[in-house]
Design a binder for this molecule. Sequence first.
Ligand code: CA
Length: 231
Amino acid sequence: MHTASAKTVLIVEDEIALADVLEEYLRASSFAVDRLADGEAVVAHVRAHPPDLMLLDLMLPGRDGLDICRELRGFTTLPIIMITARVEEIDRLLGLELGADDYVCKPFAPREVVARVKAQLRRVDMLTHPRQEMQQQTLYLDSDRYEARMDGQALRLTAVEFRLLDTLCRHPGHIFSRTRLIEHLYDDHRIVTERTVDTHVKNLRKKLAAAFAGRQFIESVYGVGYRFEPA
Ligand code: CA
């Protein structure tokens, strides 16, 4: 039985013990839970009983998570957290532009997954009900001067910082891996470590926070990469 106010999380996972643990933790955090163990049934289930969020295992009997995610994105923006068995897989998945909102890798701490679920739902809530004072504000990027501006405030960026911000904010909410960002940041194909990207992000965030009253536009997605959050 689902109570009217509880948010529903759909767990699609064929490892029953794992799904049990996730369900237990989610219910303890007052979520309603639906479960499926077979990939074949997912799309029809989502159409008939749209959940508020979905945890989607990549390797499933019947139909794999990639394929399911692609089809779902044709008709719904519901937050999808993809569960993978290998951390190296994540970069490949990001490259496929599936439109998943976050990724967790097995083995995971259930508590961590619940935290990610809550973070995604908060995100959706903020996008659907932006705070009043944020609605009028738009970030302008001036590519001639490598300058970002909002409400008359401007900040000077290095060329790399500007490209970084430009890349991220062209696709709000989209997760970019460090590897993908490197491709966008340097046109001379130089060898750059992922650590370098982190340093540029850190500096860019510092400038943004200083200019825009501590607002954080760039969210780091743990173990995955970065994304731009407009609100
Ligand atoms: Ca599986």
